[in-house]
Design a protein around this ligand. Structure first.
Ligand code: FAD
Length: 449
């Protein structure tokens, strides 16, 4: 019987295993050094904030794996030998595979700052990081978080809920303005400050200083400031975890290099999830990284078919993502650049509460929708997916906004405001709301034609 070995039991590795089991009887072993059972990494913050217990973050009961004949190995893989099809663990055990999937995830970035390895300094990625945070918070009245991405803001919220004073040090001019348009970045930055977080913008960490007890006591910045603190959270992004693979014959660059079928340069070795680097297929394109929960799941779904003999290209479809910044939900569909690109036009609406906004990007010539960012308004994924694919014009999108609204009763009052603002800013435009309510029946008929 063929043996599939998967290194990494995150969303990418586990989705691959589950989907292979749906189609095939092959032997499946999943190995991880973090936790024996798969858990939802995105829910780590809720454990810390007391909303959930670790047990609740496991999407499957412990009996599921045995019932589905997915063997779980707990231990660190220290060597992969692709000539002999062998995977060896720290405890000396070696396992032979016929097919191998590398799904080793990411590691938190550290940029060689003096003091970055002091007690009281850490990143937030793994379950072990969460345990360390529980320990570190015991010593902490004032925390500094360095690096303003999605994990940084989660860590700020987590510590804030425990009554810790938080200073958020980021090098950008506004929170996440390397990704978000300045209007959106300003909205989130204001929200962070409203929550009592001290936000230090355009500031770089210089050094982390230790106290008499050997733990962190302060940081210094490139603005000449010294900030007293007992904890430093380093959250300047993540990188593919390829330390295991680097010294093998599997080709790597910043990640494990794969084609669009998630195949590596070694015929029976594949890779999926955060650790992969997709090789560019067209001239002028750059290699791609996809370090998200839902893309990891989609990698696993496509890869399972390829492993079972139905070679399947991974196709991401329309880009989307979502997050929560304290109380404000964020969704993005399609392509929204932080700075408008040539040939793009913007329509922006913000509610006077400063907690809800829509940022729509469309083509100046054809007026077709390219992307949308929504804050504080929940949109229907399936509607935007179709509208962007079908190149719907901005006028159509605005007139039919009700169809895309997830909570029509709650949010419909904003639709009128959004459309009036567009009419005011576009002389000659006299758009009127058409659809007030989402109709599943109508929508299904529409997408099936
Ligand atoms: C705090 C936090 C919040 C997040 N929130 C979101 C969110 O809201 N939305 C979103 O889309 N994404 C979010 N992400 C990102 C998302 O969680 C990741 O993209 C996703 O979990 C990656 O899945 P993966 O299967 O590729 O890898 P991982 O989940 O990292 O799994 C890889 C596993 O492989 C194991 N492993 C690595 N090397 C070895 C080895 N040598 N031997 C044995 N085991 C090994 C690791 O220990 C790990 O358990 C968040 C990430 C973090 C850290």
């Amino acid at each position: 019987m063929e043996h599939l070995v998967i290194i990494g039991n995150g969303i990418a590795g586990i989705t691959t295993a589950k989907h292979v089991r749906k189609i095939s009887d092959m032997k499946i072993t999943v190995i991880s050094a973090e936790t024996k059972y798969f858990f939802s990494r995105t829910a780590l913050m809720y454990i810390f904030m007391g909303h959930m217990k670790f047990e609740h973050t496991k999407p499957y009961e412990d009996w599921f794996w045995e019932k589905n004949r997915i063997e779980l190995g707990f231990g660190k893989v220290t060597n992969v030998n692709v000539d002999e099809n062998l995977v060896c663990l720290e405890n000396g055990q070696c396992i032979t595979y016929d097919k191998l999937v590398v799904a080793t995830g990411s590691v938190s970035n550290k940029f060689g700052w003096p003091g970055q390895d002091l007690p009281g300094v850490q990143g937030l990625y793994s379950y072990q990081d969460l345990q360390l945070l529980e320990e570190n918070v015991k010593y902490t009245n004032h925390a500094v978080i360095v690096g303003g991405g999605l994990i940084g803001i989660e860590l700020a919220e987590m510590l804030h809920t425990r009554g810790v004073k938080v200073t958020f040090v980021i090098r950008e001019n506004l929170y996440w303005d390397n990704i978000l348009p300045k209007e959106d970045a300003a909205l989130v930055s204001r929200h962070i400050i409203e929550h009592g977080i001290e936000l230090k913008l355009a500031t770089n960490l210089k050094e982390i200083l230790s106290g008499k007890n050997g733990r962190v006591r302060a940081i210094t910045t490139d603005k000449g400031e010294e900030i007293e603190c007992q904890f430093v959270g380093l959250t300047p992004g993540v990188s593919p975890n390829i330390s295991l693979i680097k010294n093998t014959k599997i080709e790597t660059n910043r990640g494990v290099l794969v084609n669009d079928y998630l195949e590596t340069n070694i015929p029976n070795v594949y890779s999926a999830g955060d650790c992969v680097e997709f090789k560019a297929t067209k001239e002028g394109e750059r290699n791609r990284f996809e370090q998200l929960w839902y893309t990891g799941r989609m990698h696993g779904e496509a890869l399972a078919k390829t492993i079972c003999g139905e070679r399947t290209k991974y196709e991401r479809g329309i880009w989307f993502n979502s997050a929560k910044f304290f109380d404000i939900e964020y969704q993005t569909y399609g392509f929204v650049s932080n700075l408008p690109r040539v040939g793009e036009k913007i329509s922006y609406w913000v509610h006077n509460s400063n907690k809800r906004s829509l940022y729509l990007v469309f083509k100046e010539d054809t007026r077709s929708l390219i992307g949308i960012n929504a804050f504080g308004i929940r949109l229907r994924h399936e509607v935007f997916e179709v509208w962007i694919k079908q190149n719907k014009k901005i006028e159509y999108v605005l007139e039919n906004l009700g169809e895309a609204n997830f909570d029509p009763e709650f949010f419909k009052k904003y639709e009128e405001e959004i459309i009036s603002k567009f009419n005011e800013e576009n002389p000659g435009s006299n758009l009127k709301l058409k659809t007030k309510h989402f109709s599943v029946k109508k929508f299904i008929t529409k997408i099936s034609v």
